[in-house]
Write a protein that binds this ligand. Structure first.
Ligand SMILES: C[S@@+](CC[C@H](N)C(=O)[O-])C[C@H]1O[C@@H](n2cnc3c(N)ncnc32)[C@H](O)[C@@H]1O
Length: 330
């Protein structure tokens, strides 16, 4: 006997046809329910990490995953910190352009010996992002340098951005009307951002600016969850010099102690090796107590690494001879 068609008088009179029809509806409802449940499960599973980092608000991303790579952790951190517009307002642009073109000397203090730090950064950058925390940014010349060493470089740039102000001797050749805004953190930071964008084009999403004095200004990183924050791979110290030598040395000692206790594998580097015998002794004694060695470039840039670290075996020729304590004291 063939199936009875619906909407016919035979169908209406047959209880078996009705029962079959009802059964079909029940099966369809059950299938629809199962599909819905499967969809909900999918919504709860972690999607592609790139998607998390690029498209979700940072707090959500932090809550979702603790196995992010260093690059992804930096990106989440950057998005949680970004407060200032990149490069200042459109009205500043002509002034910034003019300062970059006519007064390139105001943007930094030279790079003597920094190639030893570049070499170590290059080795670190071979696999994942390298996060550099730079203390003392000024108008961004050194920050741009690190960014240009390798596309994997990321920088957390800490400075109050209140120097230089209009009376600084470096600005002596700048026109009076162009000096007036110097010293305001928003202006100096925007100028630094602009200069970096010129010197390291396209690198704006590889830098986070933290405005204020170290260590207070670095608290957002230190206070972030240890599993989820990016690790500082290299700490570069070029700020905090004071006329009071004891105060300066205390700052240096507390700073290097503090950063190593937060990030035990961090490489330390900095400017001003020639500052004083006490400064040099402090750096070398700190290294010797921790199975590290100090190398110096052009009597100016110093770097402290663990010689046994296999990542740096290629960089040894670039580093030269390590500094003995007796030499540091001379
Ligand atoms: C010599 S400049 C830095 C130069 C820059 N690294 C370069 O080579 O282009 C020193 C900077 O350190 C900053 N500074 C001083 N004390 C600081 C601190 N406690 N934390 C962060 N930056 C500080 C100053 O505002 C100044 O911009």
């Amino acid at each position: 006997m063939g199936a009875i068609k619906r909407h016919t008088p035979e169908f209406r009179r047959s209880p078996i046809a009705y029962a079959k029809y009802l059964m079909l509806i029940v099966i369809m409802v059950a299938l629809a329910y199962k599909t819905l449940q499967a969809d909900n499960n999918f919504a709860g599973s972690p999607p592609e990490l790139d998607f998390i980092v690029e498209d979700l608000p940072s707090q959500t991303a932090l809550a979702i995953d603790s196995s992010l790579t260093q690059r992804q952790k930096f990106e989440v951190f950057r998005q949680s910190q970004e407060v200032s517009p990149w490069g200042g307002s459109a009205t500043d642009a002509p002034l910034f352009e003019r300062l970059c073109r006519k007064h390139s000397d105001i943007f930094g203090f030279g790079h003597g010996g920094r190639d030893i730090t570049d070499g170590i950064i290059r080795e670190l950058a071979k696999n994942d992002a390298v996060v550099i925390m730079e203390v003392g940014v000024w108008l961004g010349q050194s920050t741009a340098r690190w960014l240009n060493v390798h596309p994997n470089v990321r920088v957390i740039a800490v400075d109050p951005f209140s120097a230089p102000n209009g009376t600084h001797k470096k600005l002596s050749k700048v026109a009076e009307e162009d000096k007036v805004s110097f010293g305001q953190p928003e202006f100096n930071r925007a100028l630094a951002q602009f200069a970096i964008s010129k010197a390291a084009p396209g690198a704006h999403d590889r830098v986070v600016f933290e405005t204020g004095l170290y260590p207070q200004a670095a608290q957002p990183l230190f206070q972030a969850s240890k599993d989820e924050r990016p690790a500082v791979d290299l700490f570069y110290l070029d700020g905090g010099k004071r006329t009071d030598t004891d105060a300066h040395l205390n700052f240096v000692e507390e700073t290097i102690r503090g950063i190593v206790s937060e990030f035990p594998d961090v490489i330390l580097s900095g400017d001003d090796w020639g500052f004083s015998k006490r400064f040099r002794s402090l750096i070398v004694e700190f290294a010797e107590g921790r199975n590290r060695s100090v190398y110096v470039g052009e009597a100016r840039t110093w770097i402290m690494i663990n010689d046994q670290d296999p990542r740096f075996s290629n960089a040894q020729s670039l580093l030269g001879k390590k500094v003995a304590l007796s030499v540091a004291r001379q």
